[in-house]
Design a protein around this ligand. Structure first.
Ligand code: UGA
Length: 431
């Protein structure tokens, strides 16, 4: 099948590359010429395991190409995939400027009937607006479908190639049949819905996962007070198939480009129809507060943080990515600076991205975990990178000026900490 993918962000780039690997002919389009030139040279603008190799392989095979020429790409395609960003507006609503702009451009460019498949996360009703755009600006009939994306950063290629399910929201038989054919090699779990339900499934799924995280974080906070261990509690809960064990890892709260944005957007979507989504508002509030537990624990140990040197391990919002969007590390480091602390920070790959957003005389970005920890008054682990797990607590103690370790992701076990003399605070476990 011939595909044009509009937008080479996480969703567009990974989907386009994976579809080409399945044997389809894929043209990825972006307005940013620097990004397209980079991709044409075989370089990848994001860090995502396995992606570079797949780009090389499929570009060489002639199935994958990158261009800024939207018109040529959509005219060549059977299916046009919309995968442009829908970032948050200041009030939390999704900004539809880019997606409606792209729809207009496609409408003005097409030279025959097309299937338009929206992968961007869009508020309920947006695909109908897109359809109207085509009615108004195109002479050719189009079939619209909402096919939301569920890939995670850091395992995006694996998730795309092995999806739990594919949702195809459309009323058009043609779109249904072509999109089903495109996805059949990936899974048998294909659910057909109407367009609005497909749009809602995406938000509801992310909101539910965010709810699980805030729920377990509150259980963790209670565990700390009653002397229970949240990792055992989560394990015990997870054996119940109705609950499931995933997304029950307590920590410093969720970040990234999706959960914070999509939870806010869903609150807004509900608000527009006069419904107050109370549960989700609390999920967001719990998440905001959870990151400050790190500060509270530091203050318990060190009292006044002014003039203290705090080491930070992990700046990315999660491991295996260089993405720092809405990373809890921003608020934690900013709070430390407000309290007069000096920060030494290290991340295996996200440092440059983080530094672009936070340059400060009292933040030193370090080249190694050891460099950051050396002579600090306390160390905080904010991202569970494997590299950190492989460093022994004994080593950490030797590097630190004072033996204080705040483990925001529960990467160490009680046994590893025994006999080390480290003052150790984790999340929701007896200390
Ligand atoms: C999330 C969803 O998991 C994907 O299904 C969805 O496609 C994507 O958003 C999106 O909407 O594009 P992602 O943001 O890449 O994916 O990362 P996750 O692995 O879901 O992690 C999100 C945040 O939750 C991270 O900060 C992570 O540290 C945190 N988290 C996750 C926890 O604190 N505890 C957990 O048990 C799981």
């Amino acid at each position: 099948m011939k595909l044009a993918v509009i937008g080479t962000g996480y969703v567009g780039l990974v989907s386009g590359v994976c579809f080409s690997d399945l044997g389809n002919d894929v043209t990825c389009v972006d307005k940013l010429s620097e990004k397209i030139e980079l991709l044409q040279r075989g370089e990848v603008p994001i860090y995502e395991p396995g992606l570079k190799e797949l780009i090389e392989k499929n570009t060489e095979a002639g199935r994958l190409r990158f261009t800024t020429d939207l018109t040529a790409a959509v005219q060549h395609a059977d299916i046009v995939i919309l995968a442009v960003g829908t970032p948050s507006l200041p009030n939390g609503e999704a900004n539809l400027t880019y997606i409606m702009g792209a729809a207009r451009e496609i409408a003005l460019s097409i030279n025959g009937p097309k299937v338009i498949m929206t992968k961007s996360t869009v508020p309920v009703g947006t695909n109908e607006k897109i359809e109207n755009e085509f009615r108004q600006f195109s002479l050719h009939p189009v079939s619209i479908a909402s096919v939301p994306e569920f890939l995670r950063e850091g395992s995006a290629v694996r998730d795309t190639m092995n999806p739990d399910r594919i949702i195809i929201g459309t009323t058009s038989d043609k779109a249904r049949q072509m999109i089903e054919e495109l996805h059949r090699p990936l899974t048998d779990q294909i659910l057909f819905t109407d367009v609005r339900s497909a749009e809602m499934i995406k938000y509801a799924s992310n909101a539910f996962l965010a709810t699980k995280i805030s729920f377990i974080n509150e259980i963790a906070n209670i565990c700390e007070k009653v002397g229970a261990d949240v990792t055992l509690v989560a394990e015990g809960m997870g054996h119940d198939k109705r609950i499931g064990s995933s997304f029950l890892k307590a920590g410093i709260g969720y970040g990234g480009s999706c959960f914070p944005k999509d939870t806010q957007a869903l609150i807004q979507i509900a608000g527009h129809v006069d419904y107050e989504f109370k549960l989700l508002k609390s999920v967001v509030e719990v998440n905001r507060d959870q990151r400050f537990n790190v500060i509270r624990k530091l203050e318990t140990i060190l009292d006044d943080l002014s003039g203290k040197t705090i080491a930070i391990w992990g700046l990315a919002f999660k491991p295996e990515t260089d993405d720092v969007r809405d990373s809890p590390a921003f608020e934690i480091i900013t709070s430390l600076l407000q309290r007069g602390a000096v920060v030494k920070a290290y991340d295996p790959i996200a440092t440059d991205n983080f530094r672009q957003n936070l340059e400060h005389a009292k933040v030193k970005y370090c080249h190694s975990a050891k460099d950051a920890a050396q002579n600090a008054d306390a160390l905080c682990v904010l991202t569970e990178w494997k590299e950190f797990r492989n460093i022994s607590p004994t080593e950490i103690q030797a590097w630190l000026a004072r033996p204080n370790l705040i483990d925001g992701r529960n990467i160490y076990t009680e046994e590893e900490l025994e006999n080390t003399g480290l003052v150790y605070y984790s999340v929701g476990r007896p200390n």
